[in-house]
Design a protein around this ligand. Structure first.
Ligand SMILES: Nc1ncnc2c1ncn2[C@@H]1O[C@H](COP(=O)(O)OP(=O)(O)O)[C@@H](O)[C@H]1O
Ligand SMILES: CC(=O)OP(=O)(O)O
Ligand SMILES: [Mg+2]
Length: 345
């Protein structure tokens, strides 16, 4: 079977895996666009301060030409599964930029760079939203009038590829809450039959629990207040809630590694608000399950920050409920590889 390259542009990283179908090469760029960024090719890490386009080009420099390239796209609208990427799809995905402004432009840019690097490959778009198309209406319907809901204002849900990768590795956990804590953070309740019951991110990846630079849910009345009293504009509000909220909003720093190393009050407060936000999201998602059995931590923070995991689980009566805690490495690239093999080879 042929070589497939999976490209996963996240809000702070680019992860790539070349498979045949066994893993041939793994590339990971962390802190994309940051002077302290790194590029890891298999086990070898070096500094890398380039932007996303340069990161895709760096992947191209170390990967043999693939038969197909799978690209993670955060917002796929109502699409229930992956799609072959053509000009019509590019047009469709561009229209969704306002619904995922931190991510959608990066996926489109990744596609453009990858197409230049591998003009003969087939391209597949793999959507974060697709898994959540099976959410019940009681979860997708927001408490707003029907005419606004009919305009498409609804919960979509994100990190679906990550949740699918957890279920691929651990299919037998029973009713599960998956806490994906990365640069973007979301919590999803999944029934034992792998259907989603609820997820915290909503119309866009800005909503839900707080993230590295995103505020998550805030009192909606704050918006008209800031517009009327402080003259804020729509683009100013978008910038505030997407770039200057979350950990960054409270502490001026968005990387949990920096906050754990710091010894100041703002860093401590940011982490405490984060811990509460995660614990509350987990508890509220669990209310949609019939027989809660497992809590899975995944994503960069969920997998690596053991101290924060403990602080979150301490707030939840997990032993009394008989809920087991697991740490499962998110492998969105593996799910994308499977999807592309079915669609493009
Ligand atoms: N060893 C670590 N300890 C604590 N946090 C970590 C560690 N490694 C990574 N992280 C956190 O994980 C975040 C990135 O998560 P990741 O899921 O890889 O990001 P993305 O959302 O870009 O896919 C970083 O912002 C960092 O805060
Ligand atoms: C949807 C989302 O927030 O993705 P990421 O965690 O990669 O930013
Ligand atoms: Mg990610």
């Amino acid at each position: 079977m042929g070589l497939i390259l999976s490209l996963n542009p996240g809000s702070s990283s680019l992860k790539a895996a070349l498979r045949a179908p066994d893993l041939v090469r793994s590339v990971r760029v962390e802190r994309v666009g940051d002077p302290e960024g790194t590029l890891r090719v298999d086990g070898d890490t070096r500094p890398f301060s380039g932007d996303l386009g340069a990161a895709v080009d760096a992947v191209a420099g170390v990967c043999a030409a693939p038969e197909a390239v799978a690209i993670r796209v955060v917002h796929g609208g109502d699409r229930p599964g992956p799609a072959l990427w053509d000009d019509a799809l590019t047009h469709e995905l561009r229209a969704l930029v306002p619904l995922a402004p931190l991510h959608q432009p990066g996926s489109l840019e990744t596609y453009e760079h990858a197409r230049r690097a591998w003009p003969d490959a087939r391209f597949v778009a793999c959507f974060d939203t697709a898994f959540h198309q099976a959410l019940p209406e009681a979860s997708t319907r927001l408490p707003i009038p029907a005419d606004l809901a009919a305009l498409g204002v609804r919960r979509y849900g994100f990190h679906g590829l990550s949740v699918e990768s957890v279920l691929l590795r651990r299919p037998d956990l029973g009713d599960t809450v998956v806490a994906h804590l990365g640069s973007g953070c979301s919590v999803t309740a999944v029934a034992a039959d792998h259907t989603p019951r609820h997820t915290t991110m909503s119309f866009t990846p800005t909503g839900g629990m707080m993230s590295a630079t995103r505020s998550g849910d805030v009192d909606p009345a704050i918006l008209p207040y800031l517009i009327e009293r402080h003259g804020m504009t729509a683009s100013g509000l978008r910038d505030l809630f997407d770039h200057h909220g979350g950990l960054a909003g409270i502490s001026g720093r968005h990387d949990v590694r920096d906050l754990l190393d710091a010894d100041d009050e703002a860093a401590r407060l940011a982490l405490e608000v984060f811990v509460r936000s995660a614990a509350m999201a987990i508890a509220s998602c669990a209310t949609t399950l019939d027989d809660w059995r497992a809590l899975v931590f995944t994503g960069g923070i969920g997998e690596h920050a053991a101290g924060l995991r403990d602080r979150i689980t301490c707030r939840l009566p997990l032993p009394r409920l008989g809920v087991a805690v697991h740490v499962v490495e998110s492998d969105e690239e593996l799910v994308m590889d499977h999807q592309a093999r079915l669609l493009a080879t």
